[in-house]
Design a protein around this ligand. Structure first.
Ligand code: GLV
Ligand code: GLV
Length: 337
C-alpha cells in the first residue's frame, strides 16, 4: 500500500503507517502544492490513500486522477469544507477528519484570544516595546473582565461545548448558545451549574437562543464554532453585526468565511463593536483590506489547533483512519454526508 502526504506533518502518523509496512511518500515542498502539482503527482503514482490538508482543495477531478485504487482521503483537520463529499461518495472514496483530539486545544486558543483582546495584551505588548511605558498609571490600557460576562456560543458542537465548560467552570462567566438544534442535556447540566444567563436552575432551558440575532443582542463575547457550510457562509454579516453590543467582542476560531470580513473591518473601524480576535480569514492567507491597521483586533494565523501535542495526535488519528480502511474496517472518523 502506498500513501501520499501532501506536506510534511508531525511524525507520529507517518511512523504508524511505516510500521505497518506501507510506503509513505511526502511532498518534497514545504508549501501548499499547486493544483497542477497535485494532479501530476496523483495521476502518475496510483496511491492507495492520500493524507491531505485543509489547504488542499479536493474535488471530483482530484478523485478521478487519484484513480480507482485510491480508497481514502484522510484530511488532517477537523473541518472538511475543502473536500467535495458528494464527489467522494459517488466514487466510493472514504473521507475522514481529525475530531476530538483538537477540541481542547482549539477551546484553549479561543480563551487565549478572548483574554488577549479584552485585556488588550497584543496592544499592550506593542505599546511597551515601542518605549511608551513611562510608569504605572490608573487609566492605562483598561480592558474588560470575562468573569460574570455572557459568552454567546454560536454552534454547540464539540469545541463550542468545551468553550462553554471553560467559560462557566474556569471564569464564572454566563453562557448562552445558538445552534440549529437544542441540546437539552447540555442545558440541564449547565443551568444547574449556574451557567444560565438568566437565573440558573429554575430557568432550565434559558441558555438556548432560537435565533442568532437574539444571541448577538445579549452576548458580551460572541464565539463562533460552526463548520463552514452554504448555510453558515457569512452567518455574521453587516446586518447581524449591528445586533451586537458596542461593548462586545467577536471571536472566531472556526472558518473565516463564516464572517463577512469586510463588514467586520467596517464594524471595528466604526467601533460598533469593541473588538475582535480571529484565527481564520475569509481568503487565507490574505487579510481583508484595512484589517491589519486596526488596533481593536487580534489576528493569529490559523493556529488554534497548533500545539505540538495536538498536531502529533492529529497525525496519528489521520494515519489510524487510513490503516482501518486498508484493513477492511470502517474508518473511525469517516465523514458522513
Ligand atoms: C483546523 O482548522 C481544522 O479544521 O482542524
Ligand atoms: C497593582 O499592581 C496592584 O498592586 O494593585
Amino acid at each position: 500500500m502506498k500513501i501520499f502526504i501532501t506536506r510534511e506533518i508531525p511524525d507520529s502518523g507517518i511512523s504508524a503507517l511505516k510500521e505497518k509496512g506501507y510506503e509513505v511518500v511526502i511532498s518534497p515542498h514545504d508549501r501548499v502544492l499547486t493544483r497542477e502539482e497535485l494532479i501530476t503527482t496523483l495521476s502518475g503514482n496510483a496511491y492507495d490513500a492520500v493524507l491531505c490538508l485543509l489547504t488542499d482543495k479536493i474535488d471530483a477531478e482530484i478523485f478521478d486522477v487519484a484513480g480507482k485504487q485510491c480508497k481514502i482521503f484522510a484530511n488532517y483537520a477537523v473541518g472538511f469544507d475543502n473536500i467535495d463529499l458528494k464527489a467522494a461518495a459517488e466514487r466510493n472514496i472514504v473521507v475522514s477528519n481529525t475530531p476530538d483530539v483538537l477540541t481542547n486545544t482549539v477551546a484553549e486558543h479561543t480563551f487565549a484570544l478572548m483574554l488577549a483582546i479584552s485585556h488588550r495584551i497584543a496592544e499592550a505588548d506593542r505599546f511597551t516595546r515601542a518605549g511608551k511605558y513611562v510608569g504605572w498609571a490608573p487609566m492605562l490600557l483598561l480592558g474588560n473582565d470575562l468573569s460574570e460576562k455572557t459568552v454567546g456560543i454560536v454552534g454547540l458542537g464539540r469545541i463550542g461545548s468545551r468553550v462553554a465548560h471553560h467559560a462557566v467552570k474556569g471564569f464564572d462567566a454566563k453562557i448562552i448558545y445558538y445552534d440549529k438544534k437544542r441540546n437539552l442535556e447540555f442545558e440541564k447540566e449547565f443551568s444547574a451549574q449556574g451557567g444560565s444567563a438568566s437565573g440558573g436552575e429554575k430557568e432550565f432551558g434559558a441558555l438556548y437562543r432560537p435565533t442568532i440575532e437574539a444571541l448577538l443582542k445579549e452576548a458580551d463575547y460572541v464565539s463562533i464554532h460552526v463548520p463552514l457550510l452554504d448555510s453558515t457562509r457569512h452567518l455574521i454579516n453587516a446586518d447581524r453585526l449591528k445586533f451586537m453590543k458596542p461593548t462586545a467582542y467577536l471571536i472566531n476560531t472556526s472558518r473565516g468565511a463564516v464572517i463577512d470580513e469586510k463588514a467586520l473591518v467596517d464594524a471595528l473601524k466604526n467601533k460598533t463593536i469593541r473588538g475582535a480576535a480571529i484565527d481564520v480569514f475569509e481568503n487565507e492567507p490574505l487579510l481583508a483590506p484595512g484589517l491589519q491597521e486596526l488596533d481593536n483586533i487580534i489576528i493569529t494565523p490559523h493556529i488554534a489547533s497548533g500545539t505540538e501535542e495536538t498536531r502529533q495526535a492529529m497525525s496519528r488519528l489521520a494515519a489510524e483512519n487510513i490503516i482501518a480502511v486498508f484493513e477492511g474496517k470502517e474508518a473511525p472518523n469517516k465523514v458522513k454526508i
